[in-house]
Ligand binder design. Structure first.
Ligand code: CAA
Length: 407
């Protein structure tokens, strides 16, 4: 069988963050609700010279540079997002121009809430597995701004960022066998953003219920698919990364997974299993969400990047279960098989380094930025030069004649 998967991965986060300490004070909420209750400490804030297009291009630019990939070699580019900038023109088209992706490339945008990133990845892996051209590559990008609005219950779970993955045959970082999966989908109203709404409508507690049900069903489907015949799925995996709208969602998810996997054990035994496995299998993937918040489509893959950077050579040759959930809802449980010798690539992730470059902003500054509309943005190209750094290569300068402008 053809070995296909991800050769390298890049993550991009914008240069500002707000602390949950400052948010809690402004909202008159005990900070422990955010730090202990949700498990989050900082949220990435996107300045007005960035949007889902620039974040996507900034993540993918890093990836092309570090892998030495000629943009003309990319034959499929999928951008998954629920923060699109146009009902018709895909974010992928803007990114094509910014990165210089060639004309012989299939380009499109995918939307299915936070599940969209996984849909883009699975489809790209399948495309590369079937192509006649050995050297064909696909670029999968997930880019989102999680924005719920001021004083909404989802406000402390906000974040922004993008993840880019290079998919090819004989991948260097991890393989994905798309036949070894478990899926679930069902129409529900847990979180949705009707046309014309700037922020989503969310039934927060119900969304957690829908997420856990989707986890249960996808895990069951994966077990049947792998023909485990009574063996425990959890014992075939070394790590699990869950979709993480906030850090403690991973805790809720893992507790649920352990309960399902050890149905026959008593409570004390299950709690012991939960503690042991959470620390070993889940905790190393959590630092990103604590520092960034939710990045919707890229969230579960930010968890994977966090895991790789925390575990380094420990993760080589290991199996990582990925549980991807998108409201609405759709979910998939898949497995990434990390390659031996992955550490060299892990050294190039630079996620922690990128987080350290960010600037803390005040609650007033956050309020000002998130009260603006894209129509309010107007920069001259020479004004935005100082917004650029090692990671931010592309900047949004405003809208002219209904066309978004980038430099
Ligand atoms: N000290 C310590 N803990 C405290 C506390 C305090 N002073 N006050 C509250 N808490 C705890 C609560 O006990 C609770 O913990 P448990 O869930 O473990 O019981 C936690 O803090 C949160 O408190 P509440 O449930 O009272 O908080 P809330 O009602 O304001 O909202 C939320 C929580 C529903 C997650 C909300 O943030 C939300 O709507 N988020 C957006 C939707 C979301 O993220 N859904 C997740 C599943 S859907 C999905 O995954 C798709 C997606 O990306 C959106």
């Amino acid at each position: 069988m053809t070995d296909v998967g991800v050769t390298d991965i890049s993550i991009y986060v914008p240069s500002y963050y707000l602390t949950h300490q400052d948010l809690a004070e402004a909202r008159g909420v005990p900070v422990d609700k955010f730090h202990i209750g949700l498990g989050n400490f900082k949220m990435s804030i996107i300045p007005n010279w960035e949007d889902s297009v620039t974040m996507a291009a900034n993540a993918a630019y890093q990836l092309l540079m570090k892998t030495g990939t000629d943009p003309k070699e990319i034959r499929q580019m999928v951008v998954s997002t629920e923060s699109g900038v146009d009902y018709s023109k895909p974010v992928a088209s803007y990114v094509q121009e910014l990165l210089g992706i060639g004309i012989r490339c299939r380009i499109y945008e995918v939307k299915h809430a936070c599940y969209g990133g996984t849909a883009g990845l699975i489809n790209s892996v399948d495309r590369i597995a079937r192509t006649n051209r050995e050297s064909e590559k696909a670029l999968v990008i997930m880019t989102d701004i999680a924005h719920y609005g001021f004083e909404n219950s989802g406000e402390p779970t906000q974040g922004a960022g993008a993840v880019a993955m290079l998919v090819e045959r004989n991948p260097k970082l991890f393989s994905v066998d798309t036949t070894q999966n478990g899926v679930y989908s069902k129409s529900v109203f847990d979180f949705w953003r009707p046309s014309g709404h700037v922020v989503p409508i969310v039934d927060g507690h119900y969304s957690i219920e829908c997420y856990l049900k989707a986890l249960e069903e996808s895990a069951m489907d994966l077990k049947e698919n792998l023909q485990l015949n009574g063996r425990r799925l959890i014992e075939t995996l070394d790590y699990v990364v869950y979709h993480m709208p906030f850090c403690n969602m991973a805790k809720k998810a893992h507790r649920h997974f352990v309960q399902l996997e050890y149905k026959d054990a008593d409570n004390a035994e299950r709690e012991k299993r939960f503690k042991e496995t959470f620390e070993k299998m889940v905790e190393p993937g959590l630092f990103g969400v604590r520092e960034v918040g939710n990045i919707y489509t890229g969230s579960v893959y930010m968890g994977l990047v966090s895991l790789l950077e925390s575990e380094r050579e420990e993760v080589e040759g290991k199996k990582v279960g990925i549980f991807s959930y998108g409201s609405g809802c759709g979910a998939e449980f898949l497995i990434c098989n990390i390659k031996e010798n992955a550490q060299k690539l892990i050294d190039g992730l630079n996620f922690k380094k990128q987080l350290d470059r960010r600037k803390k902003i005040s609650i007033e500054h956050y309020t000002h930025i998130y009260s603006q509309k894209p129509q309010d943005v107007r920069y001259f190209p020479q004004e935005v030069r100082h917004f650029k750094d090692e990671y931010t290569q592309f900047v949004f300068t405003g809208i002219k004649d209904h066309k978004r402008q980038y430099v």
